[in-house]
Design a binder for this molecule. Structure first.
Ligand SMILES: C[S@@+](CC[C@H](N)C(=O)[O-])C[C@H]1O[C@@H](n2cnc3c(N)ncnc32)[C@H](O)[C@@H]1O
Length: 238
């Protein structure tokens, strides 16, 4: 399922436009659920292990901050993103900010094979899904930089199994995302694109398959709020 997403240049422009109010718009649209879900993803990710983590598509660094908050041992977190204006905001965080920053496309991560204990992706797989093949290539690249047995944690909107709940969720997204985002952030095109991707993204089971195809040896997922979002935990072979 291709989402007809914009190319890298257009994505950079979108995130340059939305960066100043990105966090506020997200928190308003999800009624704060995005914060709780990142926190849960971080607990799943680092509760039992330290090590070095890579947060790809890190944006303003909220997931990276949650990894630091959840860790009960020393960890390092590197933030990687296409958009420099988004990373500048991550760098500006006073506390719990990432330890290192790099900019580029996930398709070509500037790290050696087996560098990281874990990789996180939060609310960005829809962006990486310029086509199913491209998403798989980018997920494969994330597995490449993981150590054997390392885990890729993906948090993303998903498709509820209940048809009624799914329709309500898609209606909510269609009715609220564009007007609210336009009013709060002033960005018309950025959120039009982001809203467009929500009903078209994969179900949790489809994403399981893609993670296996990209190199996972084991995949589990947790449906959040009846499946409007899903947390995937994919382990690289040992
Ligand atoms: C919706 S934001 C998510 C930010 C953050 N992870 C969060 O939890 O809010 C998506 C981010 O993915 C980045 N992005 C999109 N495509 C990318 C790519 N191909 N490579 C690296 N980053 C990308 C964007 O610049 C943006 O910062």
């Amino acid at each position: 399922m291709s989402l007809g997403s914009p190319g890298r240049g257009a994505l950079r422009r979108i995130y340059q436009e939305v960066a100043p109010r990105y966090e506020l718009v997200n928190h308003l649209l999800t009624l704060g659920l995005d914060i709780r879900w990142r926190r849960r993803a971080a607990r799943v990710a680092v509760a039992s292990e330290g090590g070095s983590w890579l947060d790809v598509c890190s944006g303003t660094g909220e997931m990276a901050a949650e990894l630091h908050r959840a860790a009960n041992r020393a960890i390092t977190v590197a933030a990687f993103d296409l958009s420099v204006p988004m990373l500048v905001r991550a760098r500006g965080k006073r506390r719990l900010r990432p330890d290192a920053f790099a900019s580029g496309d996930v398709a070509h991560l500037p790290f050696r094979n087996g560098t990281f204990t874990g990789v996180t992706i939060a609310f960005a797989a829809r962006n990486l899904n310029t086509s199913r093949r491209h998403l798989e290539i980018r997920l494969r690249e994330c597995f490449r930089v993981l150590i054997p047995g390392g885990r890729l944690i993906n948090l993303e909107t998903s498709q509820p199994e209940s048809r009624l709940w799914r329709r309500l969720f898609h209606h909510y997204a269609a009715l609220t995302v564009r007007p609210l985002a336009r009013t709060v952030s002033g960005s018309r095109s950025g959120y039009a694109y982001l809203a467009h991707t929500i009903p078209r993204f994969y179900s949790a089971a489809e994403l399981d398959e893609m993670l296996f195809a990209a190199g996972a040896a084991r995949v589990t997922h947790i449906r959040l709020w009846g499946g409007i979002a899903a947390l995937h935990i994919a382990e690289k072979a040992r």
